[in-house]
Design a protein around this ligand. Structure first.
Ligand code: C2E
Ligand code: MG
Ligand code: MG
Length: 706
């Protein structure tokens, strides 16, 4: 048996004996190789002369280094180094007399090496752990110090105020900025309650929020407070309080952060003031006035003042004079009006208004109006001139008009104009009978432009018939207004308003376009080429320089022959020396447009004049057809006028159509008088476009079947 073989076998047995010991991370094969190396070292130690104990110690250390640290490993190893070692490796280590002696020494050396190595390892490990722990501890301390320093830096150097408050609401800590905002030193605030820090104005709300914060209902709250500092200055502070909770969720303390918003508040107040006051007079402007009016306590009185002839002052003396007068009037008004519950505002230009809240009776407003007029008692001196300025006032009271601010203002406006109509320097009280009518006019006038944009207007069509056979020859387009609040409004109500306000031009153009479009559709559908649509034209429209171009342009755009359009004008619109109107009519007639005189018999009834105009048709007003007071179907006096009118018109080459024909006897009489056409309930009232089309369809069918 070779020596190497013996070493291998011994190492194998040794490895087996270590089985079960706390195993290091070594496979069995690796362990065999490892122990073979150690066995060789042991045999070398045995052979050395003299004995080399360090080789034995090295084996003990090697075991420790291989992580065999358990005491049982040493015991089992020492057990292997007994008889078995000697017999098995006898060839290698020899079997001299001192073999057993050397084995004993070897035991000692291995054990010593093992023990020393074990101690060293444990010590080393302890040291590293300790060092690591120390390093960790140091790092933690470092971090804590850093964050505390950071907090201190933020706290002390912050531009915002910071304060720490305990659960009872006592201030524990405040920084310089916070103290500065409150006008005190930090030490003067520490130990006080937040009630002393937050101004009395907001303390109720603050305590309620603070209670919720303590109770955990909320995590933070914010409020703006004003604080009166010991030096008398008032600061506005935007304060937000946050709860700082511990791990169990209950708050330990609260941190308040405060920002000084005094400047911002001041700026806001200034902007608010500027946006609600008139820069010239310093009085509240219309914005503020309407805010006060909306919020005013009932009953309400209003005095609406307008200077008389203010435009003259501006025009003759210049705007400086005008501005000066307005300022003086404003000042005098301000002084004359009781400040309690009254607002004097400048509404626009030379218009001022006084709002009186809790105004017991209409008489109270009247007294206020008298006081206002009294400010004009003294002349106003400007640049050496003594200007006598007066004003007119409309007086309204909510008891008579209702509480709605819009209605009150319209009533005041209407009443002001009534006051002006009575002569300058007077006040007038709202007159319900007159006011109601005026108010409607007023609201119609203001609503009209939007109504056009919102398509609230529509056309109805009334048949115009030939008296000879009652056939429909045309339709008169009659405008209607479906007002969202007032319902269907008749043209008799809104046309005069539209004429006054100038809205008639836009409305008239709309009617013209719609009428022409409709005529074009009927033209296409029924192929009646001599059917015409008759459109009413107001006097103001005719005087528009673009009128002719508008009419011809519309015909062109719609593609309607000019002969299918008739324009109805009142006699007054074409009367007098309106050269422009005459030229316009000539141009239109030359283009082929039919012209009719509407409501004949209500105006001048000057046939000689009309005969010189390029007119095709005379429409006799229905008032001339009305039955007499004695109950006769035809009033004898009117009948003579109608008869004369028809024959005169015919002699001038004009067609005659009678309006408002309601009965068969009327129609019969008119036929007898050779009247050409008629319009009225007997032949059909104004109807929506669909019904007009049905009338046309029936007529076309009759004609075709005949
Ligand atoms: P008008 O041009 O004389 O129109 C005839 C008016 O008499 C219509 O009133 C019509 O409904 C009414 N009428 C028709 N047949 C009879 C009848 O048998 N008996 C009675 N009692 N009345 C009858 P409406 O539609 O209320 O129009 C009133 C006036 O408003 C029109 O009088 C016209 O002057 C004006 N108007 C209507 N539409 C327009 C328009 O588009 N532009 C302009 N500028 N004025 C218009
Ligand atoms: Mg008409
Ligand atoms: Mg008429």
């Amino acid at each position: 048996m070779t020596a190497a073989h013996s070493v291998e076998r011994f190492a194998g047995r040794w490895a087996a004996s270590l089985k079960g010991a706390v195993a290091p991370a070594m496979t069995r094969a690796e362990l065999d190789v490892f122990l073979r190396g150690l066995t060789e070292q042991l045999t070398e130690a045995m052979r050395a002369e003299p004995f080399r104990p360090e080789l034995g110690r090295a084996v003990g250390k090697a075991l420790i280094d291989a992580h065999y640290r358990d005491a049982s490993v040493l015991n089992r190893t020492l057990a292997m180094l007994g008889d078995e070692f000697v017999t098995e490796l006898g060839d290698v280590i020899g079997d001299g007399a001192d073999v057993m002696n050397r084995v004993a020494k070897l035991h000692g050396a291995v054990a010593e090496g093992f023990a020393i190595a074990l101690r060293n390892t444990v010590l080393a490990e302890q040291e590293t752990t300790q060092r690591a722990a120390l390093a960790a501890a140091r790092a933690a301390e470092e971090r804590r110090r850093a964050s505390e320093a950071r907090f201190q830096a933020v706290f002390a150097g912050a531009a915002v105020g910071i304060g720490v408050v305990d659960l009872t609401g006592t201030v524990l800590e405040v920084n310089d900025a916070m103290a500065g905002m409150l006008g005190r030193m930090p030490d003067e605030i520490k130990g006080r309650t937040i009630a002393e820090v937050i101004g009395p104005e907001n303390i109720g709300q603050a305590y309620a929020e603070f209670g919720k914060l303590v109770g955990g209902e909320i995590d933070r709250f914010r409020l703006e407070t004003t604080h009166l500092r010991p030096d008398g200055r008032v600061t506005s502070i935007d304060l937000s309080m946050t709860a700082v909770r511990n791990r169990s969720g209950t708050p330990d303390f609260f941190i308040g952060v405060a920002v000084d918003v005094t400047e911002r508040r001041r700026l806001q107040n200034r902007l608010w003031h500027e946006s609600r006051h008139d820069s010239l007079t310093g009085l509240p402007n219309r914005t503020l006035f309407f805010e006060r009016l909306e919020a005013a306590e009932q009953p309400i009185g209003l005095c609406y003042l307008d200077l008389d002839g203010f435009k003259n002052i501006n025009d003759s003396l210049g705007h400086d004079a005008g501005d000066y007068v307005l300022r003086v009037v404003a000042n005098r008004l301000r002084k004359s009006i009781e400040p309690d519950g009254c607002t004097v505002a400048r509404m626009a230009g030379d218009e001022f208004v006084v709002l009186i809240e809790r105004c017991g009776s209409p008489d109270r407003v009247a007294r206020e109006a008298e006081k206002m007029l009294a400010v004009f008692g003294r002349p106003i001196e400007f640049d050496g001139e003594r200007l006598s300025v007066t004003g007119s006032i409309g007086v309204v009271h909510s008891a008579l008009v209702g509480a709605d601010p819009g209605r009150l203002m319209r009533a005041a406006d209407v009443t002001l104009y009534q006051a002006k109509a009575n002569g300058s320097g007077r006040w007038a009280r709202y007159d319900p009978a007159r006011g109601e009518r005026e108010l409607t006019r007023h609201s119609l006038a203001t609503a009209m432009p939007a109504a056009l944009a919102h398509d609230e207007f529509l056309l109805h069509y009334q048949p115009l018939v030939a008296l000879a056979d009652s056939s429909v020859r045309g339709f008169e387009a009659l405008v209607r207004w479906d007002h969202p609040r007032l319902g269907r409004v008749s043209p008799g109500q809104f046309i005069p308003v539209a004429e006054e306000t100038g809205n008639i031009n836009a409305l008239g153009q709309w009617v013209l376009e719609q009428g022409c479009l409709q005529a074009r559709r009927w033209f296409d559908e029924f192929g009646i080429d001599d059917l015409y649509v008759s459109v009413n034209v107001a006097a103001t429209q005719l005087r528009q320089p673009t009128f002719v171009a508008d009419v011809l342009g519309t015909l062109d755009q719609v593609g309607l022959p000019a002969t299918c359009l008739q324009l109805e004008l009142t006699e007054s619109a074409v009367a007098g020396d309106t050269q422009g109107a005459l030229l316009a009519l000539r141009e239109l007639a030359a283009a082929g447009v039919r012209l009719a005189i509407d409501d004949f018999g209500t105006g001048y009834s000057n046939l000689a004049h009309l005969g010189r105009l390029p007119v095709h048709q005379l429409k006799i007003d229905r008032s001339l057809l009305a039955s007499s007071r004695r109950g006769e179907v035809v009033d004898p006096a009117h009948d003579k006028i109608v008869a004369a009118t028809i024959s005169l018109a015919h002699s001038l080459g004009l067609d005659v159509l009678a309006e408002g024909v309601e009965t068969t006897p009327q129609a019969d009489r008119l036929r007898l008088l050779q009247c050409d056409g008629a319009q009225g309930m007997l032949f059909g009232g104004p109807v929506p476009v669909g019904e007009a089309a049905e009338i046309l369809a029936r007529q076309t069918n009759r004609a075709n079947s005949a």
